[in-house]
Design a protein around this ligand. Sequence first.
Ligand SMILES: C[S@@+](CC[C@H](N)C(=O)[O-])C[C@H]1O[C@@H](n2cnc3c(N)ncnc32)[C@H](O)[C@@H]1O
Length: 224
Amino acid sequence: MRETLARICFGTLLAVGLLLTGCSQDHPVARPESESTDLAGDSREPSEEPHAPPRAFEQSPPAPVIFVEYVVTPHDVVARMLELARVGPEDVVYDLGCGDGRILIAAAKNYGCRAVGFDLDRLRVAEARANADREGVADRVTVEQKDVLKADLRAATVVTIYLGTELNRRLIPQLEQLPPGARIVSHNFGIGDFEPDETVRMTSREDHEEHLVYLWTCPLRKTR
Ligand SMILES: C[S@@+](CC[C@H](N)C(=O)[O-])C[C@H]1O[C@@H](n2cnc3c(N)ncnc32)[C@H](O)[C@@H]1O
């Protein structure tokens, strides 16, 4: 029992640690919260009832959280992403992992559309809301503290992502539910085996680095 408690404490500390990790990386890095779901060692107490199912099958383990670190998309790359997606006033733009809200704000300000952002980090959520307020678009921008893997994307007509290969891949079931004609734009990372309709390579005037912007139009098609 003491061993089980120690494992639970370790798993919890690890998850909190991952969520509080800083922003020193140049590119988003996925950090899976894997320790808490490992049943391989099976430290279950024997079941009191001889015919009761083993506990591992009674309750499903919590879904692992994948958290990528905060790195901003330069403003000129944001502008190119929205241009590539041909955003218009009727669109609803979702930014998954919205950071300081720059993509949402650019969409609402420059195209007059509604924009919805999700971020797991409550500081980013507060920052994005404050920025939308300061830029005069708080009435068209909504920001929710939520794991992107739990977000319902069906109302989106444009989805923007800068999340890394692993999280992009894990998002596929949700992206497959987007309405036909919806556009997905990803900064620097592909989505599984789905071939993009367009790829743009640009050097940002802000950080002088090369950036890739990918566009897909739904439904997603595997062509590789
Ligand atoms: C690389 S930054 C991109 C920020 C913004 N979209 C941009 O392009 O400037 C990734 C953002 O996603 C958030 N994030 C990471 N993992 C997440 C998850 N599983 N669910 C929701 N947000 C997440 C981070 O807090 C961070 O703000």
